[in-house]
Design a protein around this ligand. Structure first.
Ligand code: ADP
Ligand code: GN1
Ligand code: MG
Length: 370
């Protein structure tokens, strides 16, 4: 637990700090929800410490976040949106006017208004939520498509370069600092058997068939807040990896997190199945806003769900071998459990690929956009 009162003092809060608690279920940053008294009203803010093990240069992260959120706010205000400050993250400035502050230990903190009346779901509950989440992530891509000022920083270079993720697994197997590799040979074989799949999207990008776009790159379902009453996608959050990428990475991670019947770390694979109705809701929601997709991107929509699930499983396995230094864990086998779950879901997706492709074809044929 950090000293949040001291962190609060680094920012221009215009309110009196009351208390703060650890918040949310993100795997990366230290997130706190803080209550303030503002001239007699209780209001909440998010204070967040960027994880320095994950982001080598947190200032570059904040330069991207500031550019993207200022662009989003300007667009909402120009449209006269009545709740512009609820529809995008906005950075509260630090005492020196920067959108972040550095604490006494050298850690970088940022502060956002708490988006009220909306929720991020670890497990989605309805097709309507899946539709709204996908629609919101598609809108976010549309919004960032005309971001001025040149390319965003690559905050984690090669983030979704799946062949590199597989190569990083091979390096971890050789290093094996905790002697864990011997016991995970079936998992290693599972990943190696899918090396060709790993290269499909990177090859299509290299050949120019799939364009680079500004993408979010971390579109797990709890990174979009849905209105608690209407389920409308209110605000896309967790913008740390918003940078050049492929639209398919964003759609693939929605499939990974919105279509399985269980949570990412469910340990009983017999509970795991693919909700095809959720998949269809995602396709419909995403295509309702991502009208810029080309025919090759559309062709890969079903496959990229499998790719992102495979990639995430490879990343969990790599982190398990290297001693769990990247993803937050709550038990020693947590990353291995997550890997098992992701690989089990890859098998399910492989079996269901023809049905998923049929759904994409049907939705596209019913749309007049494509
Ligand atoms: P991580 O990178 O660790 O996933 P996130 O930026 O996603 O960090 O934040 C963690 C969680 O905190 C989110 O899943 C969400 O529940 C909550 N959260 C983050 N920012 C806000 C905000 N501005 N308003 C409300 N909740 C937020
Ligand atoms: C992390 O930050 P969070 O919890 O939203 C990770 C994603 C993974 C995800 C797996 C910066 O997302 O890439 O897909 O965990 N974020 C980063 O649950 O590595
Ligand atoms: Mg998150």
């Amino acid at each position: 637990m950090h000293d949040l009162r001291a962190i609060a003092a680094l920012f221009q809060m215009r309110a009196d700090f009351v208390e703060a608690q650890s918040f949310g279920s993100g795997h990366i940053n230290d997130t706190y929800c803080a209550v303030y008294d503002q001239a007699g009203s209780r209001i909440r803010y998010i204070h967040q410490r960027i994880n320095p093990n994950v982001f080598n240069d947190p200032i570059l992260v904040m330069e991207n976040v500031a550019r993207v959120t200022e662009h989003a706010l300007a667009r909402l205000l120009a449209d006269g949106h009545p709740e512009a400050h609820r529809r995008t993250l906005t950075c509260i400035l630090a005492q020196d006017g920067k959108p972040y502050a550095i604490d006494a230990e050298g850690s970088l903190w940022r502060t956002y208004p708490f988006i009220e009346g909306a929720k991020g779901y670890d497990e989605i509950e309805s097709n309507e939520q899946a539709y709204q989440a996908a629609k919101a992530f598609g809108s976010f891509q549309l919004l960032t498509a005309d971001l001025a000022g040149g390319r965003l920083h690559e905050t984690i270079p090669h983030f979704h370069d799946t062949p590199r993720r597989l190569a990083a697994l091979e390096t971890a197997i050789i290093q094996d600092p905790l002697g864990r590799a011997a016991a995970v040979q079936p998992e290693i074989a599972f990943a190696r058997a899918r090396a060709a799949d790993c290269a499909r999207i990177t090859d299509l990008i290299a050949s120019g068939k799939i364009p680079e776009r500004v993408t979010h790159n971390d579109t797990k379902l709890n990174n979009v807040l849905l209105d608690e009453v209407t389920a409308e996608g209110i605000c896309v959050i967790d913008l740390d990896t918003t940078m050049p990428g492929s639209a398919l990475y964003d759609f693939g991670d929605m499939v990974r997190t919105a279509t399985p019947s269980t949570r990412e770390d469910e340990t009983d694979p017999s509970q795991l199945s693919l909700r095809l109705d959720r998949f269809e809701a995602l396709v419909r929601g995403y295509l309702s806003t991502a009208t810029f997709l080309n025919s090759e991107e559309i062709r890969q929509l079903a496959f990229c769900g499998k790719l992102l699930t495979l990639e995430c499983g490879i990343r969990f396995l790599t982190d398990y071998l290297l001693g769990d230094s990247y993803f937050k864990i709550k038990r020693p086998s947590h990353n291995l459990d997550r890997c098992h779950n992701q690989f089990a879901f890859v098998r399910v997706l492989e079996n269901q690929m023809p049905a998923m492709e049929q759904i994409v074809a049907r939705v596209v044929s019913e749309s007049d956009q494509f």
